[in-house]
Design a protein around this ligand. Structure first.
Ligand code: MGD
Ligand code: MGD
Ligand code: MO
Length: 662
């Protein structure tokens, strides 16, 4: 990203044409970053609550007063020797994914304090742990190599909306004659641009993968040489795949046997063949197993042999040896025994949990940064009830008064990426990046790092690491033999030395270098149906016959940018997409205001009768701020806190609902 400024005024924001993976393109959202940074509602001063919780009555205070208040309260909760510190919980995720403004000084602070640890599972841990169990790490194809593919299967990803930079390479392949197939319950903008769209039911991807394997067993397509040399445990997987005839697969997935057979043939006969798997398909009960099964596909056909063949879910594992997280985050500062772990995907339940031997102390303080849990965490009625607790002390570091900041006791204004220094790894490509500040902090805002640095001083943490400046932190982030900070500063990015055709001849990151089928503790992967479905919960499915998914709207980034008016005006208002065949019998028409509901709650929004929805599935586009919803809720009022099979992750797209006119 290149920012042109005149003094403190942002003149222009553009992509950097010299940066290979993003090649001068910015997504719509980030291209509006000037509007976001200088938004009239930007938080510029610390404030504290003066009325009842959530009443919106605030008083501006000085930084000293704000930090003294927070420090005093944390000290009181932690008690002598920090024995009670587990009642304090940090809550953070993707506001910035920078290594410095994410978990560096913040992690040091909470580790030293002895606060509860946070299990950061809300996005990618099901697929991430599944991929690592299969390949040994989160490893995948070079982004640029998709340009060489002859077949690209885009699986569980609306790439045009959420992974624009990949899409450029897919388009290059398409222009060169490649076929593009999209596997997604929703007819997305991406599906529109592919040659074929396979609209399966949510949570049935594992069954489809097994069905493909079955076809190869029956009709050929397996690369037996590659399997013999590089796949560990194939016979057990073969037994799992045998019952998955095209008919059974089609019935489970809600597609046709022809679609299963044709995809199997294409994947086996076309080289190079690539799968762009993405996290959209792992937000269901069996998301982890599904990722394991799909990750095995290119190992069974030998797709990895070819440049432009293989699979990419995440490439972040290539950074594992390069990032010095032990130095950045200092887990060694934690007390023994290690503090308990709170799962962010079930924060609603955690906040409402009383003290017990199993749980430990009730949560008494929550420090939120880089996240908006009121809007993004599942089962928001429970989350909202937790945040409304009078005895909970809540601190929120933010740019704006989000749904979460509304419930805070103290709100602390944070800098944006234009105003602070950071360094980044990536999960979609293999370049390390630097983020230089191009503006001074707006108002009195401070970087997250500085806020935690000042809190550490107030709590008397005198380890030298609490004195590190942001530049010192940034210099510690990458091991110099991998990424030299000075080279990073000079060029803006550094490409990691990742091998060409990384698994052309095996060499996976597992102990024996082979792909792992029967992973320790996980067994042989299998299709696992959704928590909520006609198969697993027939009585529930009778009352709530529609499966709801809630993928992101194109012009929002999770719940960020919802308040940027030029973007919100494109999205219009909260929408539910429904197929005409589901709308008619319910007496619903396009444009109606509807209530989407289940046992967890009610979400009121506008109905779009649309071919983007397949029969039996409704799409509740996310993630609006609750306070902008017609009844003060958003789509997460309906989603559940049930977790995935692997990775303890959220199951946002595993959710049954019914819809009626409002
Ligand atoms: N514009 C935009 N871009 C974003 C984000 C955003 O909020 N807005 N978020 C960023 C973040 S945090 C992430 S993690 C990534 C996510 O990026 P991706 O992992 O690529 O996921 P999404 O584009 O969210 O795609 C989810 C897609 O999966 C489909 N889907 C839902 N359930 C299933 C299923 O069971 N099976 C299959 N096959 N498909 C299913 C949805 O219809 C949707 O089209 O995007 C990043 N980019
Ligand atoms: N129903 C449903 N729910 C979902 C999803 C879905 O597809 N459907 N997607 C899930 C996914 S993939 C993810 S990753 C999560 C994301 O959930 P979050 O991590 O909560 O992401 P955002 O909603 O973007 O909120 C980030 C907040 O951080 C703030 N922020 C940004 N930069 C900084 C900074 O430098 N300092 C501070 N202090 N604050 C900053 C922003 O202003 C914003 O309010 O949501 C999940 N929730
Ligand atoms: Mo995410």
């Amino acid at each position: 990203m290149r920012i042109t400024v005149q003094g403190e005024r942002i003149v222009r924001i553009q992509g950097d044409p010299d940066h290979p993976p993003t090649h001068g393109a910015l997504c719509t959202k980030v291209s509006r970053y000037a509007e976001r940074t200088d938004h009239p509602e930007r938080l510029l001063r610390p404030r504290r609550r003066v009325g009842p919780k959530g009443s919106g009555q605030w008083q501006d205070i000085s930084w000293d007063e704000a930090l003294d208040t927070v420090a005093a309260r944390l000290k009181a909760i932690a008690g002598p020797g920090g024995a009670g510190a587990q009642a304090i919980v940090p809550y953070s995720y993707a506001g910035t994914m920078g290594l410095i403004q994410g978990e560096s000084m913040a992690a040091r602070f909470f580790h030293r304090l002895g606060a509860s640890r946070l299990d950061r599972t809300i996005c990618a841990s099901a697929g991430g742990e599944a991929l690592a169990a299969t390949y040994g790490h989160k490893l995948g194809m070079h982004l640029e190599d998709f340009a060489h593919s002859r077949l690209i299967v885009i699986w569980g990803s609306n790439s045009i909306a959420s992974n624009l930079h990949f899409w450029t390479f897919a388009q290059a392949a398409k222009r060169a004659g490649a076929r593009l197939v999209c596997i997604d319950p929703r007819r997305t903008e991406t599906a529109d641009k592919c040659h074929q769209h396979i609209a399966l039911m949510p949570g049935t991807d594992g069954a489809l993968a097994l069905g493909l394997m079955h076809q190869w067993l029956m009709h050929g397509g397996l690369d037996t040489d590659y399997i013999e040399r590089h796949v560990n445990g194939w016979p057990a997987l073969r037994d799992k795949a045998l019952p998955w005839t095209a008919e059974r697969t089609a019935e489970t997935c809600g597609i046709t046997p022809r679609e299963v057979q044709a995809l199997a043939r294409e994947l086996a006969d076309t080289h190079p063949a690539a799968i762009r798997l993405n996290y959209g398909m792992q937000r269901v009960a069996g998301g982890g197993n599904a990722v394991r099964l799909i990750a095995l596909l290119p190992c069974l056909t030998g797709a990895w042999r070819h440049r432009g063949g293989g699979l990419l879910l995440s490439a972040s594992g290539w950074f594992a040896p390069a990032v010095d997280s032990a130095t950045l985050e200092r887990p060694d500062l934690m007390p023994q025994p290690l503090p308990r772990i709170i799962n962010m995907s079930a924060i609603g339940d955690a906040l409402l949990q009383p003290a017990s031997a199993a749980f430990g102390p009730a949560i008494q303080a929550l420090i939120v940064y880089n996240s908006n849990p009121l809007a993004v965490a599942p089962d928001s009625r429970r989350v909202a009830a937790g945040f409304a607790r009078d005895d909970l002390f809540t601190v929120v570091l933010e740019h704006f008064m989000t749904d979460t900041a509304d419930w805070a006791d103290v709100v602390l204004p944070a800098t944006t990426q234009l105003e602070h220094l950071d360094v980044h790894r990536s999960y979609g490509h293999t370049y390390a990046l630097i983020n230089e500040a191009s503006l001074s902090p707006r108002g009195e805002s401070l970087p997250n790092t500085e806020i935690f640095r000042r809190l550490a001083a107030r709590l008397g943490f005198d380890e030298p690491c609490f004195g590190d400046s942001d530049e010192q932190l940034a210099r510690q982030a990458f091991k110099p033999e991998w990424v030299s900070f000075d080279a990073l500063r000079q060029a803006g990015w550094v490409k990691l030395p990742v091998p060409e055709r990384p698994f052309a001849d095996g060499g996976f990151a597992t102990a024996d270098g082979k792909v792992c089928v029967d992973a320790p503790g996980l067994g042989v992967p299998d299709h696992i149906p959704n928590h909520e479905s006609a198969v697993t919960t027939p009585a529930l499915a009778q009352r709530y016959p529609l499966a709801m998914i809630s993928p992101p709207a194109r012009n929002f980034l999770n719940s960020s940018f919802v308040n940027v008016m030029s973007l919100r005006s494109i999205e219009g208002e909260p929408l539910l997409e429904m197929h005409s065949g589901d709308a008619l019998p319910r007496g619903l028409a396009d444009g109606d205001v509807v209530e989407v509901f289940n046992d967890r709650g009610v979400y009121r929004c506008r109905l779009a009768v649309s071919a983007r929805a397949r029969p039996g599935v409704v799409n509740g586009l996310g993630i609006w701020w609750r306070k902008l919803g017609l009844n003060g809720t958003n789509v997460n009022e309906l989603t559940s806190q049930a977790l995935t099979d692997i990775g303890r992750a959220a199951t946002f797209y595993d959710c049954l609902v019914e819809v009626r006119a409002a």
